[in-house]
Design a protein around this ligand. Structure first.
Ligand code: SF4
Length: 181
């Protein structure tokens, strides 16, 4: 299929349900977008990887084109730096729209292995690093005159993950990934 054919949108391709789900997941201002491109122009990721284009993500989501939004790894490239959020003249809050899309993607079983690993570490350790790494960071902190990293109540963290269903979700995703290998 040529690029021109790929860019043609067929009315049958539009899935308003997808837009609705993303809007309900926290992208309430999505439809304010008037496609100025300030978000893409401000994005440090787009500068290095043109496949990540927030403006295009906004329009594809507003139109209801999940295949275009979810294909590849693009939605996972956002570093949540909020440059777009600060500059959007319509207060669309593009970074939050992308977060809502990610949440919707995870609900439908689409995820990114890197995020899966990070989430699994947070579930296990209560934060992004283990005890050994904490010791290393504490040495650096001590050199800088900073107090050690506070200890964690893993029981409390575990309760949060249980109540928010994260543990269950991660187990399901890991099982699905293993069944595919
Ligand atoms: Fe849409 Fe805001 Fe991006 Fe402009 S900056 S394209 S209004 S999301």
């Amino acid at each position: 299929m040529s690029d021109d054919q790929e860019s043609v949108i067929q009315i049958d391709d539009l899935e308003s349900e997808f837009t609705e789900k993303v809007v309900n997941a926290g992208a309430e201002k999505l439809n304010y977008c008037f496609q100025c491109g300030v978000c893409s122009g401000s994005c440090p990721i787009t500068r290095f990887n043109e496949s990540f284009n927030p403006r295009r993500i906004m329009i594809s989501t507003a139109l209801g084109l999940p295949e275009r939004v979810l294909q590849g790894n693009t939605i996972w490239l956002c570093a949540t730096c909020y440059s777009c959020q600060e500059r959007c003249p319509r207060d669309v809050q593009p970074a939050d729209v992308i977060k809502a899309i990610r949440n919707q993607a995870v609900r439908t079983g689409i995820t990114n292995p890197y995020f899966q690993t990070i989430s699994a570490t947070i579930v296990k350790e209560g934060r992004l690093f283990n005890e050994e790494e904490a010791e290393f960071f504490n040495e650096i902190r001590a050199d800088m005159g900073l107090p050690p990293i506070p200890s964690l109540d893993l029981g409390e963290v575990s309760k949060i993950f249980q109540h928010t269903n994260v543990k269950k979700l991660l187990t399901t995703m890991t099982e699905e990934a293993e069944s595919k290998t």
